[in-house]
Design a protein around this ligand. Structure first.
Ligand code: CA
Length: 399
C-alpha cells in the first residue's frame, strides 16, 4: 500500500503523461459484466448483500479517474522552492495553533504510539490542509473504476473490497465515502486497506471516523507511522552545516554512519554548535547537492517517511515541516538556487545516462532515485564532487 500514497496529497503537483506499457493497456469487456462478477466476489468474501447492493448498484465507470491515473502525478520542483510553497507562514501558524488546541489529544497519542505532535501535524497539513481539503470523488466509484481498469486491477480490487467493509462495519456511512480520486479517505488520506487494518477509534464513540473526528484521524496516522517502524523519542531529520568539504559520495540515504562520524568530518548543528558525538545512526541528505541545505536523516526518516510517500521531495518537505513545528529555524538556503537543471535539461540528462547503460526509468524529467544514483556514478567517473545533484556542467560533459 505504501507506494500508493504517492497519489495522495492535495498539494500542487504537475502531471506528466505516463510512458510505461501499462498506461497503454486497453480495457476489454463490459464494465457492468465486470461489476456483476465483482459483486459475487464481494459476497464470497463475506460482505452482506445489503451493503453490496447499496454501494454498487448503478455505479458507473468514471473516465476522469482513469485520466488522472494515466498521468503520473509527480513533484518536480527543487526542495527549496517546493518546501517554501508547502511550508508557508499560514500553514505553520495554523499547525502551531492546532497543536495547542489539541494538546491533550496529542499527549495521549504520543503516550500510546510514541509519535510526537509535530510529525502528525505536518502530514495532516500537507495531505488535506488539516482536514479542510479531503477530495470530492465518490470513493466507491473511483475504486470500482480503477479495479476494472486494466492498468493495476490487482492493487485496487482489494481496496474496493475494504471500502465495502468500512461501510459494512459502520465506520463511515455510504454517503460519507467521498475523498481523493484514487480512493484515499479522511483528514490524512488513508487508503481503505490501511483504514481497515490500522484505523482506531480514539474519541470512543464506537466508530473509526477519519473524516470528521480529528482524534480518530491523528491517532490512526500515529498507529500507521508506528507500524512503519517509528522509534519513540528519536529524531527524524535535523538541519546541519558543513564546515568543510567531505567525501560527497557519503551523502546518500543508503549510507548511514554514527553521528560521531559525521561530527568528526566537520558537520555541526544548524546553529553552529557541536553535534552530540554518539552512535545514533544518520545519513547525510543533501536534497539540492553540496551547495544547498543539508540534513542528517535519522532512522525514523529513512524507515518511515518514504513509506508514507515514496517521493523524496515530499518526504523531505514533510519532515522539515515537522521540525519547524517542533521549533527549528527556517532552513539555510545555501547557494544552490539556480544551479540545477530544468525539466527539459533533466530529460536530456536522463537520455544521456540511459545511453550509457544506466537504468533511469522513464525519461520524464523527474530527478528520482534512479537518476540520482546514475548522476552520482558519473560524477565519480569524471572526478566531480559526487553529491548526486546534476548541474549544467555535468550535462555538458555527458554530451
Ligand atoms: Ca470515533
Amino acid at each position: 500500500m505504501c507506494s500508493m500514497r504517492v497519489f495522495a496529497v492535495a498539494a500542487a503537483v504537475i502531471t506528466v503523461t505516463a510512458t510505461s506499457a501499462q498506461a497503454a493497456c486497453q480495457n476489454t469487456g463490459n464494465f457492468n459484466a465486470w461489476l456483476k462478477d465483482f459483486k459475487a466476489e464481494a459476497a464470497s468474501q463475506g460482505i452482506s448483500r445489503r451493503t453490496i447492493n447499496a454501494a454498487l448498484n448503478g455505479v458507473t465507470y468514471d473516465k476522469r479517474v482513469v485520466a488522472y491515473d494515466r498521468k503520473k502525478a509527480v513533484f518536480t520542483q527543487a526542495f527549496l522552492k517546493f518546501s517554501g510553497r508547502m511550508v508557508n507562514k499560514s500553514r505553520l501558524n495554523r499547525g502551531r495553533k492546532l497543536i495547542k488546541q489539541n494538546a491533550s489529544t496529542f499527549r495521549r497519542i504520543e503516550r500510546q504510539y510514541g509519535v510526537p505532535a509535530p510529525v502528525l501535524t505536518a502530514f495532516w497539513g500537507l495531505e488535506t490542509d488539516f482536514g479542510a481539503v479531503q477530495g470530492k470523488f465518490s470513493t466507491i466509484r473511483s475504486l470500482a473504476t480503477l479495479a476494472y481498469d486494466c492498468r493495476r486491477p490487482e492493487l485496487f480490487r482489494p481496496q474496493l473490497i475494504d471500502a465495502l467493509r468500512i461501510v459494512e462495519r459502520g465506520d463511515l456511512a455510504l454517503e460519507d465515502m467521498v475523498g481523493a480520486w484514487a480512493g484515499e479517505l479522511g483528514q490524512t488520506q488513508f487508503l481503505p486497506s490501511d483504514y481497515m487494518e490500522t484505523a482506531v477509534d480514539f474519541d470512543g464513540d464506537g466508530r473509526r471516523d477519519l473524516k470528521r473526528s480529528t482524534a480518530d484521524a491523528l491517532a490512526s496516522s500515529a498507529a500507521l507511522i508506528r507500524n512503519f517502524g517509528w522509534q519513540a523519542g528519536q529524531p527524524w531529520i535535523e538541519e546541519v552545516r558543513l564546515t568543510k568539504a567531505i567525501d560527497w559520495s557519503e551523502a546518500d540515504l543508503a549510507i548511514a554512519h554514527p553521528r560521531s562520524q559525521w561530527a568528526s568530518w566537520g558537520i555541526v548543528r544548524a546553529n553552529g554548535k557541536a553535534l552530540r558525538k554518539d552512535g545514533t545512526r544518520a545519513a547525510l541528505l543533501l536534497p539540492m547537492g553540496r551547495k544547498g541545505p543539508a540534513f542528517l536523516a535519522y532512522d525514523n526518516f529513512r524507515n518511515v517517511y518514504l513509506k508514507w510517500n515514496e517521493s523524496l521531495l515530499y518526504s523531505t518537505t514533510a519532515a522539515y515541516f515537522a521540525t519547524r513545528l517542533a521549533g527549528a529555524r527556517p532552513v539555510t538556503r545555501g547557494t544552490a538556487d539556480g544551479t540545477g537543471l530544468d525539466l527539459k535539461q533533466t530529460k536530456q540528462l536522463q537520455r544521456a545516462l540511459q545511453s550509457r547503460g544506466f537504468d533511469v526509468g522513464d525519461i520524464d524529467g523527474i530527478l528520482g532515485a534512479g537518476t540520482r544514483k546514475a548522476v552520482k556514478a558519473m560524477q565519480v567517473k569524471y572526478g566531480m564532487p559526487a553529491d548526486s545533484w546534476p548541474t549544467p556542467e555535468l550535462l555538458r560533459r555527458l554530451r
